[in-house]
Design a protein around this ligand. Sequence first.
Ligand code: TRP
Length: 451
Amino acid sequence: MKQQKRAGFSSSFGVLAATLGSAVGLGNIWKFPYLTGANGGAGFLLIYLLATLLVGLPVMIAEITLGRRAKVNPISTMEQLAPKGRPWWLVGVIGLVAAFLIVAFYSEVVGWVFAYIVKAIDGSILSSDRHVTEAAFASLISNPLQALLWQWGVLLFIGGILMLGVTKGIEAIAKKLMPLLFLLLLLLCAVSLSLEKAGEGLAFLFRPDFSKLSAAVVLTAMGLAFFKLSVGMGTMMTYGSYFRDDQDIPLTTLRVMAADLGVSMLAGIAIFPAVFTFGFAPSAGPSLVFITIPAVFSQIPMGQALMVVFFILAAVAATGAMLSLMEVPVVIFHERLGWSRRKATLVTMLSLAALGSVCALSNSTLAGFTLFNLNMFDLFDFVSSNIFLPVGGIAIALFAGWAWGKDNFRQAISNQGRLRNGTLANVLLFLLRYISPVLILLVMLKGLQVF
Ligand code: TRP
């Protein structure tokens, strides 16, 4: 292949913004609140925190470190760093498949978010009557044409940014969107905390009740930890390949994790007090954001404007995450097949539009089409978070901890000895070797009811 200078993130803030942009997404604004709501609040939150620290964080550091070492797409990264003839490149292939499965359903939800910005502006979802907001949501998702067009519009929008490249597309957008995200979120929290029953909502979020915990719930919490930090499918490996050589990887990762957690907590603080104040159930599930939230907001002074803000916020968060998800196939096609970045992006967009349609239509034309009792939307979500990401996570932990070699890991993570983080490297190696893979495997098998 041609030896060109490979693009990358140009500044330290750019690295942070882009990586945080990947982590922050519908995972914080949509998944985290509804999973926490449906699984009993603070007890779930605690397990999620443990999974993040013991599993998500070490795997994320490992992924970024591997990616930066090889400076190439995930398949080639694994191929280059692995001992000759060992099939570790399959990890990259699994990641590519996972990327397609995730974007297929994720882009549909992003489509709903964009549609809801319009609906919030024109007022059609503005009603305190849950039946009205329910009907509005149902009419959006059960209309094949609308569902498809919003999804395809999203794919086109993200593809357009990706065509601008890593520095001028991904990094430049992330630097603008991340500060905006925090601003909007703080505004919504201030409003929510001023409501009458704010205390009840906060108690739900922060006072643990362990009666709802089960193996399946623990698996869900771990799946969320992976999904949240964008680990297990080569996204972080890809972004790692754009990291600067002088970037402190553990420190950056820690900051991203903390900020991501902060966004989830703030989203919870923005949502639950409002939900309790107006007497709605926190356990509504995936529709919490699309049915409950509009009904809640329509009862707050300036609610319509705030609802517009809320869905813009969700769209902002989703944009950074979508960019990172689609970048994986783009860079793989670009570097492995020698296609131009433009062609790679175009093919990614088109194939995702095809596969995504299966999810977009799962509430209308294809509603009767189910496997294991799940429609395609739910199946893709379940299989990617609870099987593909954990399997990818185990493989990455084992590779970084055992196959790659301790010294290579220590060297790479300390920027060739320039950072004094030997003790931290040892702790990480211990986690990657003995703790993360075992925990992931146990939780996965138990959650899937293998034993
Ligand atoms: N982390 C993002 C979110 O919370 C989603 C995401 C982006 C992702 N890239 C990923 C999930 C890679 C898994 C793997 O919404």
